[in-house]
Design a protein around this ligand. Sequence first.
Ligand code: G6P
Length: 367
Amino acid sequence: EAAEKAGYEHFMLKEMYEQPKTVADTLSPRIKGNDIVIEELGMSDAELLSIKKIHIVACGSAYHAGVTGKYVLEGLARIPVEVDLASEFRYRNPILEDGAMVVVISQSGETADTLAALRESKKRGFKVLGIVNVVGSSIARESDNVMYTWAGPEIAVATTKAYSAQLIALYLLAMKFARVKHTVTETEFSDMLGDLARLPDQIELLLNNKNRIQRFANRYIAAKDVFFIGRGIDYAISMEGSLKLKEISYIHSEAYAAGELKHGTISLIEEGTLVASVSTQPALYKKTISNMVEVKSRGAFVLAVTCEGNREIEKASDYVIYIPQTNPFFTNSLAIIPLQLFSYYVAVGKGCDVDKPRNLAKSVTVE
Ligand code: G6P
């Protein structure tokens, strides 16, 4: 096992460090010159144009990747997207109409609920695209088409690199649709390709900042509750950040859409409560700052994760982590890195079994 960890203390840390490579490996086979080619989709441009709605179905972190996918697909390609937890999808008699496409996302390819949702969709006559990491897994075999995330084997129960690869697969899919539907200009499209190509180095840069995050995390090993807030894509990032923290450190945490705090959760804020505010969408900076002021004035300690240049945020924060500039649709890939590191170092600081948290399994094959 020590050899497999390649000098890292835990698989989770090793896998976090593999993310620049994972992202590059998931991107590179699908970028051809100035275009995106996803042969595995098995769909002509005309067939892509006939897709009127996308249903994304997944569990856990794959579901969180799907929530980001909804913002990116709707924003870039203007296709309506519904995202469902697989365990809910089956039993709500979902309305699948002509022109709908089902996308199931799964690292293991064996999650029982996701597999059942896939079978239900096929039974109703809909084509299923699987975004899967494990080659030859049940979901890969039963999907009509498979887009593999080239993350390699993931051992730590808490997913990091497979989640990052799922995001990339969804960006590529959204850009492909956007290209075919002409919902982005040529210039926007090639700028986005440039931004995608820069992600691996930017992730590396954020990983190299780990000591600063470790020092910060050490202050929170005794925390009782932590709140993550954000709007839009930042809300999706918050959900994943919160899940990472609670699953490996056993600290209760919640993700809240920043604008929704005042409708309940704000009553839970006490003197010193940590609130992590994710704010990577320039159009929403001001709105999120006002939510940060609301919690700060009630005693919260506010950690901000935002993009370089957003100096405004410092007046409403106690601690700021800056991520490099990228297209606002791709910020999840960068903002999640400090949140993964934070969860990891809180859990290590508490002496938790980081790679195998209690009660959790890497792959859940029961419904
Ligand atoms: C388990 C894992 C999670 C994972 C979820 C979905 O609960 O602990 O990390 O996100 O299953 O797994 P899948 O293999 O379908 O992505």
